[in-house]
Design a protein around this ligand. Structure first.
Ligand code: ADP
Length: 244
């Protein structure tokens, strides 16, 4: 579970990237985090992964208190949180299998674990054995994204965070990636946070939408709440901009 209580984060004096954020994301929940550029979405993610500490307030993630976590505990926290990075992080000279295996080696996995886990996570994201021996450049955007999702799953996370995973993809592929995320949530029972600034990709299957604006949560609720009963001007504007 993730719990932010009155979190303030300042990078520089007098400037508040987060200005009193209080929110909860339950185990197993599918949540969208949306908001304009500069509203604090990445700061929230960096607090969850232990990359940053709050200036004040408390952040609890999967049993760890991030405001007082010790440096040596951070790798254990990180094993509970999988991050789906953008696909430019793939190493083009390595096959898909080698890319995922390399990511496991970086976090200290044993060779026997790697042998067992890599085919399993590739299968989870819908990649079959013949994909594993191909190189990333042979893949389309959607397939590359699947490899990145597989890499996010290597540590059996309780929570998977995907930052703008679908922006560069066409609408059909975006829908397939969302479907995949939903099936992973169900199959593995983990929570998912998808970060986006595009309300158009939000599917009504999510449990919760959190809308950030100016370093605060300006609105939160189910897809139905947000689509049919938006309160904040920013959300209303976003809804008007979605083509029918
Ligand atoms: P988003 O992900 O929604 O675009 P961010 O969390 O990146 O928002 O940024 C929130 C605010 O914090 C912005 O005003 C941004 O300029 C500021 N900010 C982000 N990172 C830094 C940093 N490393 N140093 C100083 N200011 C930063």
């Amino acid at each position: 579970m993730i719990e932010f209580t009155d979190v303030v984060k300042s990078y520089t004096q007098g400037n508040k990237a987060l200005n009193g954020v209080t929110m909860q994301i339950e185990d197993g929940e599918f949540c969208f985090l949306i908001g304009p550029s500069g509203s604090g979405k990445s700061t929230i993610i960096k607090l969850i992964t232990g990359e940053l500490k709050p200036t004040s307030g408390t952040v609890h993630v999967n049993g760890y208190s991030l405001e007082r976590i010790r440096k040596r505990e951070v790798p254990y926290l990180r094993r509970t949180v999988g991050v789906v990075f953008q696909d430019y992080r793939l190493i083009e000279k390595m096959t898909v299998y080698e890319n995922v295996a390399f990511a496991m080696r970086v976090v200290g996995a044993r060779e026997s674990e790697i042998k067992e886990r890599v085919p399993y996570v590739l299968e989870l994201v819908g990649l079959v054995r013949e994909h594993a021996t191909r190189y990333p450049h042979e893949f389309s955007g959607g397939m590359r994204q699947r490899v990145m999702i597989a890499m996010g799953l290597i540590c059996h996370p309780k929570l998977l965070i995907a930052d703008e995973p679908t922006t560069a993809l066409d609408v059909t592929i975006q829908a397939q990636i969302l479907e995949l995320m939903q099936s992973l949530q169900k199959k593995l029972g983990m929570a998912i946070i998808m970060v986006t600034h595009d309300l158009g990709v939000i599917a009504d299957m999510c449990d919760e939408i959190i809308v950030m604006y100016g370093g605060r949560v300006c609105e939160r609720g189910t897809a139905e709440d947000i689509f049919y009963r938006p309160h904040h001007e920013y959300t209303k504007g976003l809804l008007r901009s979605i083509p029918n």
